[in-house]
Design a protein around this ligand. Structure first.
Ligand code: ADP
Ligand code: MG
Length: 354
């Protein structure tokens, strides 16, 4: 394994506000890393630090083993072996697609033949045939995005940085582009550092997901591992576990805990260490039945909503905590039953702010 990028204990303040609180991370050659986190958690700040656009308060950034940023040193972006694709694409409006894509190679004084060969490769790879003489304003959002990626890829940088690259595209195009981009990066074995607030984008693209929350890393794992074993309550919430109910910790074998909640006791994956805990689960992982089943929680239906094909049920526990589950047929308001959830789909975390 060859480490392309190393972040070592990055701290960053804007004035008195600490925005990055000790971020450490290694990116290996050929890896696609997606940093996933809610808006405002510090993703763009981190990306701009890697790019050499922002200074840091403490820590180190190493690119190919060489320190490029420390509190008293910043190697400028143009001297770093990286390229960045911005959220708004940042194409030069007065240049054609061809001029935009070739800009960096010309600066590097590549021969005409080299330029043409590489351009043709990008045109083929990114399906840009017939668009090279257009100006950015004459291209669709998806085409501008492709040109921006071609402009970065043609330089064959050690690493490509992508800041929410798809958020300016409509939903359908976003879904197509994320798969296509990941395919191209894998084919070229490009090392990619991608940041997004959209879990499905991170899932579709990443080899490793780095979940960021309020300036620190909560979890680094494969998309599957993040989804199945979210390390913190924040990760669980971000990855779709919208239900949480409070309880107290019972016997634990380390991996699982017996959690006591109002009306019953259930077995849950244990990420807690204290005595009071919150149980998190996804609406789609809870199965309703009229009778008590293994690992189930008594609930009462509060509000059914028909969503076409499926009903989304709002219900409450015996502690009057609100939960949501899905059901294929309608249930009456006030109906009492049980939600059973597999222990592996029920996550126990220490209760905070309770
Ligand atoms: P993200 O990209 O995850 O949405 P940012 O890195 O843009 O988050 O911002 C992280 C936090 O830092 C936010 O609270 C934001 O308001 C703040 N912030 C960003 N840029 C500046 C700046 N230039 N000056 C002061 N605060 C900033
Ligand atoms: Mg941002």
């Amino acid at each position: 394994m060859e480490t392309i990028l190393k972040l070592d204990q990055i701290h960053k303040n804007y004035g008195k506000k600490e925005v990055l609180k000790g971020v450490s991370l290694d990116v290996q050659k050929g890896e696609i890393i997606s940093v996933l986190g809610p808006s405002g958690c510090g993703k763009s700040t981190l990306l701009n630090i890697i790019a050499g656009i922002l200074p840091i308060n403490s820590g180190h950034v190493l690119l190919n083993g060489v320190e490029v940023t420390s509190p008293n040193k910043i190697v400028p972006i143009e001297k770093r072996d990286l390229n960045m694709v911005f959220q708004d694409f940042a194409l030069w409006p007065h240049m054609t697609a061809r001029e935009n894509i070739l800009y960096g190679l010309k600066l590097r004084k590549a021969t005409r033949q080299e330029q043409e060969e590489n351009l043709q490769k990008m045109v083929d790879l990114l399906h840009l045939n017939g668009l090279m003489d257009q100006y950015p304003a004459e291209l669709s959002g998806g085409q501008q995005q492709r040109v921006a990626i071609a402009r970065a890829l043609i330089m064959s940088p050690s690493i490509i940085l992508l800041d929410e690259p798809l958020c300016n595209l409509d939903v359908q195009l976003r879904i197509e582009m994320r798969t296509e981009m990941a395919q191209i990066f894998r084919e070229l074995k490009t090392t990619v550092f991608h940041v997004t607030h959209d879990p499905s984008e991170a899932f579709a693209m990443a080899d490793q997901i780095v979940v960021m929350n309020d300036g620190k890393i909560d979890q680094i794992a494969t998309p599957e591992a993040c989804y199945r074993r979210p390390a913190t309550a924040v990760v669980a919430g971000l990855l779709g576990a919208g239900n949480h109910i409070s309880g107290s910790a019972g016997k634990s074998d380390g991996e699982y805990t017996e959690a006591r909640i109002a009306g019953t006791q259930v077995r849950a994956l244990n990420f807690a260490s204290g005595s009071s805990l919150s149980l998190y689960f996804r609406a789609e992982d809870a199965a309703y039945s009229d009778t008590e089943r293994p690992n189930s929680i008594p609930v009462q239906v509060v509000m059914p909503t028909f969503e076409g094909g499926i009903y989304r049920m709002k219900a409450k526990t015996q502690d009057s905590e609100e939960v949501t589950f899905l059901h294929t047929s309608n249930l009456n308001k006030g109906q009492k039953g049980y939600l059973s959830i597999e222990p592996d789909q029920l996550y126990a975390y220490d209760r905070t702010g309770a």
